[in-house]
Unconditional design. Structure first.
Length: 565
């Protein structure tokens, strides 16, 4: 039966797509659970002997839960929905009470049902999976496109962190002034709490979240959420006799439980797992990449991964800058220098690590277009060079595996790529790159790194047939950039004017530009030449201000090699 339900839900996914969305508030997807069943009571009275009483089709218990998938799956505690048996003894009579569950109803808050235009607020549920040892259970209801509570990552929860406990304490007993009815759904209670302890198991794994706050019978199974509304725990119990201490099951244990029951494909977010530390050859960078994340960038000064179906991308930029890590953080969060994200909130601190260069680590929440975006970032200080690393994706997806992205960035290490003086121009050896390295059939300094990047774009010029950029082995601040057109319409003098009104050091077919990036002024000089009757070539050199003379000599030599004296 469980396999049939899972298969049916998979078919719903393939047909309906991702129509449902995360609930605007976790309160909209926190449900009231009502148990209907039978009660069997056996009492022994010293005066009247043994008596039995049986009641059927009555409400025998209530609890809380929350929707975790738009396809009808609800997470709660196992003890909320299971049969139970207990002993009563008032000193005169003693007996045994047995509760048997016949039906489980899952009821949505009145406000959430009204917003969906629904009259029926309750659904009969079946038990998909349960685990008494973990005290977790998954219920299934025949409903689709449900708003759900997005899951966070309990491994990033901190001591003294503010959280909220949602649920229905004491069931309908607190709805004073309302007429009791079988289909009455009580008002949801939200209690502000604080993480007071993080209790681990024998293997060191996080097993219990201890909270200070008001949690009572009926709260069991409800979500414990952080300030952004992501579930970090499942409320389980409070300490008897002390209303100020309660416990929650870490949400990562719930993820393990769900995956063991084959439900991971039905959850809205994908779980990332840590991988080994990897050295990115030629880029002077090493870090612990999550499984399935790989660098696909052909550029020496950049790392970038394919976002994949989960939509999470890793990007690392190497910046040659006098800026501090805090100033680079401001550029990352307050401008479009690195990312087109409008940041609303962020928090960061200098990370405590065993060794290596200083790292400023942080998290930011914002928007890109209409989508909620979260960015986990780190800025590594290598002196004159900095590494600006970040994982960027939907807030929901980043939050789901936040500890994995955080730990990946905390493992970031790097070396400077600008490590030595540039050789004199006259000592450079020029050669044509092999076809395996580049399609650019122009001479370049031997041993330089070649990348598929183009020179400055000039107004009105068509897209080049082929383009490439070359860097010295020990310097990423100086670059030769070239573009080739198989076209007869490009006139060198006119093309140079389209790039800049300033002429460069090579005459009427050259141009000069100045660019500022992260506190460094760069000089750009280029020139256009024709090769035969059918090809036009743009040659360009870029270098920081202190290397302008070298750059001009380099361009002049390149022009000689390409066009002849």
């Amino acid at each position: 039966m469980k396999r049939m339900l899972t298969l049916a839900a998979c078919l719903v996914i393939s047909q309906a797509g991702a129509a449902a969305e995360r609930a605007p508030s976790p309160a909209d997807a926190t449900v009231f659970i009502r148990l209907v069943g039978s009660v069997h009571v056996e009492l022994e009275d010293a005066g009247s002997g043994r008596q039995t009483t049986d009641l059927d089709r009555i409400e025998i218990g209530t609890g809380s839960g929350f929707v975790i998938s738009p396809h009808g799956y609800v997470l709660t505690n196992e003890h909320v929905i299971s049969n139970s048996e207990f002993i009563v003894n008032d000193g005169v009579r003693k007996g045994r009470v047995t509760l048997r569950v016949a039906r489980i109803d899952v009821c949505f808050p009145t406000t959430a049902s009204s917003a969906r235009g629904e009259l029926a607020r309750c659904f009969e549920a079946s038990v998909h999976s349960s685990d008494a040892a973990l005290d977790l259970a998954v219920l299934y209801i025949t409903a689709s496109d449900l708003p759900y509570v997005a899951m966070g990552d309990s491994d990033v929860v901190r001591n003294r962190q503010a959280v909220e406990a949602l649920g229905y304490p004491f069931g309908r007993k607190l709805d004073i002034g309302r007429v009791a009815a079988p289909d009455l759904v009580p008002e949801l209670s939200v209690s502000s709490s604080t993480i007071s302890a993080l209790r681990s198991g024998d293997a060191g794994e996080r097993r219990v979240l201890q909270i200070n706050g008001t949690v009572n019978p009926g709260n069991s199974g409800g979500p414990l959420v952080d300030q952004n509304g992501f579930a970090v725990g499942v409320i389980r119990a409070r300490v008897t006799g002390d209303a100020g201490i309660a416990f929650a099951i870490p949400i990562n244990l719930a993820k393990d439980f769900l995956e063991s029951r084959g439900l991971e494909s039905l959850l809205p977010s994908r779980r990332f797992r840590p991988g080994p530390v990897q050295a990115l050859e030629g880029k002077g960078i090493s870090l612990r990449l999550p499984e399935s994340v790989a660098d696909t960038s052909p550029f020496r000064s950049r790392v970038e991964s394919d976002p994949g179906p989960a939509g999470v991308a890793l990007r690392i930029d190497r910046a040659f800058t006098p800026f501090t890590t805090r100033q680079l953080e401001e550029s990352l969060l307050g401008s479009e220098t690195f990312e087109r994200v409008s940041v609303d909130t962020n928090e960061s601190q200098i990370a405590t690590r065993g060794g290596g260069a200083p790292l400023l680590a942080g998290r930011a929440d914002g928007t890109s277009g209409r989508a909620d975006i979260r960015m986990q970032y780190g800025v590594l200080d290598l002196g004159a060079e900095k590494l600006v690393a970040r994982y960027v994706g939907s807030a929901e997806q980043i939050a789901y595996s936040e500890s994995v992205f955080r730990d990946s960035l905390l493992s970031l290490d790097g070396q400077r790529l600008t490590t030595g003086p540039l050789p004199p121009v006259e000592k450079l050896v020029w050669s044509l790159p092999s076809a395996a390295v580049s399609q650019l059939n122009l001479p370049l300094p031997a041993g330089w790194t070649i990348e598929p990047a183009a020179p400055s774009q000039c107004m009105g010029l068509p897209r080049a047939t082929v383009a490439a950029t070359a860097y010295p082995e020990r310097d990423v601040t100086v670059a030769l950039r070239a573009a080739v057109w198989d076209a007869t319409s490009i006139v060198p003098e006119s093309a140079a004017s389209a790039c800049s009104s300033r002429r460069g050091s090579s005459g009427a077919t050259s141009y000069a530009l100045v660019a500022e990036w992260l506190g460094v002024s760069y000089s750009i000089e280029g020139a256009f030449v024709r090769l035969g009757q059918r090809q036009a070539v743009q040659l360009e050199v870029i270098a920081p201000g202190q290397k302008v003379q070298f750059a001009r000599a380099l361009l002049a030599e390149w022009l000689k090699k390409v066009a002849g004296p």
